[in-house]
Design a protein around this ligand. Structure first.
Ligand SMILES: [Fe+2]
Ligand SMILES: [Fe+2]
Length: 297
């Protein structure tokens, strides 16, 4: 082995770098479960309360005007690209978790029977899956900060259909053995965090005349990011060194797939140059609030 190798490995603090030693992973899973229970409350009661107190857009005093019919046309099929960046951000919010939520729903149906024996990982998996429904509500709920040309609060009613590459990925995951399943999920969670973090940074220059709307959208992404870092941790604890290497190799492809699934991200500037940042992307890349509040190991 090259004399520098251990040092280089030690320096790999990306999400695909080494986890704490395997014998600790069972107790870390226990810690994560307790953290999830405290964050969400029994039956997600704490979470529901926070949705009402912090994320009810109908109570927001400001809202931004958009062409509601055009938003819904673009939600179903993104063709009209000559729209303001704020409208693109709203569309990205509506679509970015739709793929993950759809995928999780499909996988839950197919894999329920195949799930490993009841145990702490299965219990954690159930809570993690439950968190996805909140992500969709948080992100699609941002539409409540917009009104259409008649002055009515915007409702996203267009039909979203899973794009072909996502159907292929989920079809593969559904039948994948556990040794491949968790590395693929790890790659998907890291790619998701990368895209959410990128969108969060992109928001900072948007909504110059409606800062309250921008702050609410930032808070929604921050809430999602805190959960997703936990999801990364969960999958990290379930894969070994080979699994992390597979996940690392797959993650740029999954970000490319996200560009196909959410073309609004491309229109907002998520290009090849931006995606190259993925190779050094780590916990330290994330906003301080996310690092402070998330569960990471
Ligand atoms: Fe999510
Ligand atoms: Fe997730």
């Amino acid at each position: 082995m090259h004399p520098l190798a251990p040092t280089l490995r030690g320096m790999d603090n990306t999400f695909f770098g080494p986890t704490l030693r395997l014998e600790k992973s069972e107790s870390l899973l226990g810690d994560y479960r307790r953290w999830l229970e405290a964050r969400n409350g029994p039956g997600f009661a704490t979470r529901e309360a926070r949705m009402r107190s912090e994320f009810d857009a109908s109570r927001s005093p400001t809202s931004v005007a958009v062409d509601g019919a055009r938003v819904n046309r673009n939600y179903a099929d993104f063709r009209e690209k000559d729209v303001a960046a704020e409208e693109l951000a709203l569309l990205a919010f509506a679509k970015i978790n739709a793929g993950e939520a759809w995928g999780v729903e499909q996988l839950t149906k197919v894999r329920e029977k195949a799930r490993a024996q009841p145990g702490i990982a299965a219990e954690v998996e159930t809570i993690v899956t439950g968190e996805e429904t909140f992500h969709t509500r948080l992100l699609v709920g941002a539409a409540g900060h917009f009104h259409d040309t008649r002055g009515e609060r915007l409702a996203i009613t267009g039909a979203w259909t899973p794009p072909a590459p996502l159907r292929v990925l989920i079809g593969g995951l559904a039948v994948a053995p556990r040794a491949v399943f968790h590395p693929l999920l790890l790659a998907s969670e890291v790619s998701g965090v990368f895209a959410f973090d990128w969108l969060l940074r992109r928001l900072s220059t948007l909504f110059p005349s409606a800062p309250a709307v921008r702050e609410s959208m930032e808070a929604r992404l921050t809430e999602v990011l805190i959960d997703e870092v936990g999801h990364i941790t969960f999958n990290r604890l379930l894969v070994g060194r080979a699994g992390r290497a597979i996940a690392r190799a797959l993650s740029p492809n999954i970000v490319w797939m996200q560009r196909l699934m959410t073309p609004e991200l491309v229109a907002l500037g998520l290009d090849r140059h931006q995606i190259a940042r993925l190779s050094g992307f780590s916990l330290t890349s994330l906003p301080e609030e996310v690092r402070r509040r998330a569960f990471y190991a």
